[in-house]
Design a protein around this ligand. Structure first.
Ligand code: SAH
Length: 209
């Protein structure tokens, strides 16, 4: 498939809707983030394998999560599960005046993503257990997790600003649902976005048991 065709499909499906997210999808080349032998499949709406059994999420999932994250210009964003770096690149273009911090457990994947993201100057890649968040640069306006969590880890709730939002797949190892968490005047409001999904598991201290 061609990039423009994929974008049209995602708009028709209703997962891509805002002008700024559509623009980010047009600017970022997904083939830059997929393994060499899979470049021809870069614009299929399907997850693709990375090193060590991990995956780059399907475009419709990246679209849905990015729209729900509702990024405003200049925000500080934390992503947990850098993987290929594609989601971080979309956030980078969407939020050129802000900063994207992204943390990946696998040092090999973090290294690959660092390379792939070199031209995206507002992105910083870290290697470590993102189930603990990234306290050094907290608090964040937005947190996005791209690995399946049993629950929203406590450190993320502590590291999100008042008025901030978290989007994450929450559930078991084999299936999760997208959840939107908002912190308003210190209160935590959790909403089920009614969007089933299958992500690789969040590992680490607050990960899947
Ligand atoms: N956002 C990615 C998709 C990531 S797949 C992309 O656009 O390509 C999920 C990733 O989460 C995997 O790379 C996995 O290694 C990572 N992961 C799992 N548990 C983690 C943890 N506790 N901290 C950081 N990364 C984790």
């Amino acid at each position: 498939m061609h990039r423009d065709v994929l974008i049209k499909l995602l708009i028709l499906e209703g997962v891509l809707s805002s002008e700024k997210v559509i623009t980010a999808f047009k600017k970022v080349r997904r083939e830059q983030f997929v393994p060499e032998r899979l470049k021809e499949a870069a614009y299929e709406d399907t997850p693709l394998p990375l090193l060590g059994g991990q995956t780059i999420s399907a475009p419709h999932m990246v679209a849905k999560m990015t729209e729900e994250l509702d990024v405003k210009s200049g925000q500080n964003i934390l992503e947990i599960g850098t993987g290929s770096g594609y989601q971080a690149a979309i956030l980078s273009v969407l939020n050129q005046k802000g900063k994207i911090f992204t943390i990946e457990l696998s040092p090999e994947l973090a290294e690959c993503a660092k390379n792939a993201l070199r031209e995206f100057e507002n992105v910083r890649v870290f290697s470590g257990d993102g189930s603990l968040g990234l306290p050094e640069y907290a608090p964040y306006d937005r947190i996005i997790a791209t690995a399946g969590c049993p629950d929203i880890p406590k450190p993320w709730i502590q590291q999100i600003k008042d008025g901030g939002k978290i989007v994450a797949p929450v559930g078991g190892v084999y299936e999760q649902r997208l959840v939107l968490v908002e912190k308003r005047k210190g209160k935590i409001i959790e909403k089920d976005l009614n969007f089933p999904c299958v992500f690789v598991s969040l590992r680490g201290v607050y990960g899947q048991k």
